[in-house]
Design a protein around this ligand. Structure first.
Ligand code: AMP
Length: 213
């Protein structure tokens, strides 16, 4: 008898947008993570369970084989690195962009032209470093774990690198988007070893994701 397969998801958009994909494969999840505190959720398919983890931890659970597969934003994957992971399918969900934003009274273009050394707050240190290095800009990167938008408002930084979807959060905090670094969507991520060893068991689920992607 084969072991149960484990799918790692994060609460919120990724969970909500993954549910219709599972539903098309005839799978429903037993609990709603917004209402239940359970971290391991059964599904209508006895061969599949779902674990609820923080979005930035999804690649880690999969890399170490504690989950066989999962869904993670490209922002999270690029920051984590692809060691031990295989991410063949762009699911096109949780779409947004990674951008640079500044206070709406800050002249970013002049600062860049003058070669000013900017302070930048972000959760995405690797991707921000790469972006500014490619532009030949010297920046001081300050890592934050949340509410990046506050940084420029209280003098912690000149700019932020964060995800933007509607732009409402920036507007509400008197910030403006000055550069799009990359378009982001979520990918199906698979543990490389599981992909080789348990391919036959995984395939029906991968097909379900591929069909709806
Ligand atoms: P918005 O106000 O719609 O532009 O959304 C911006 C806020 O939502 C920021 O705090 C972002 O970090 C967060 N956000 C937007 N899109 C995503 C996404 N796809 N995944 C995770 N966080 C996101």
């Amino acid at each position: 008898m084969s072991e149960i397969l484990t799918l790692a998801l994060s609460k919120g958009r990724i969970f909500e947008e993954t549910m219709p994909m599972l539903a098309k494969a005839g799978i429903t999840v037993a609990d709603d993570p917004e209402k239940s505190r359970k971290l391991i959720l059964g599904t209508s398919n006895p061969k599949l369970r779902v674990i609820i983890v923080r979005a930035s931890d999804v690649p880690t659970y999969i890399q170490y084989g504690a989950a066989d597969f999962g869904v993670a934003g490209y922002d999270v994957l690029a920051e984590h690195g692809m060691d031990g992971l295989y991410a063949p399918i762009d699911l096109g969900i949780a779409q947004c962009r990674m951008s640079v934003a500044v206070r709406d009274d800050f002249d970013y273009l002049s600062a860049v032209r003058q070669g000013a050394r900017l302070k930048v707050v972000t959760k995405y240190v690797q991707q921000a470093r790469e972006h500014f290095a490619n532009k030949g800009m010297h920046v001081d990167l300050i890592k934050l774990y949340g509410s990046m938008e506050l940084g420029p408002l209280v003098g912690l930084a000149d700019a932020i690198v964060d995800l933007v979807s509607t732009g409402n959060t920036l507007k509400a905090n008197r910030l403006k988007e000055v550069e799009v670094i990359k378009e982001i969507s979520s990918r199906l991520v698979i543990n490389q070893a599981a992909y080789k060893r348990r391919r036959a068991e995984l395939q029906p689920f991968l097909d379900a994701f591929a069909q709806t992607a």
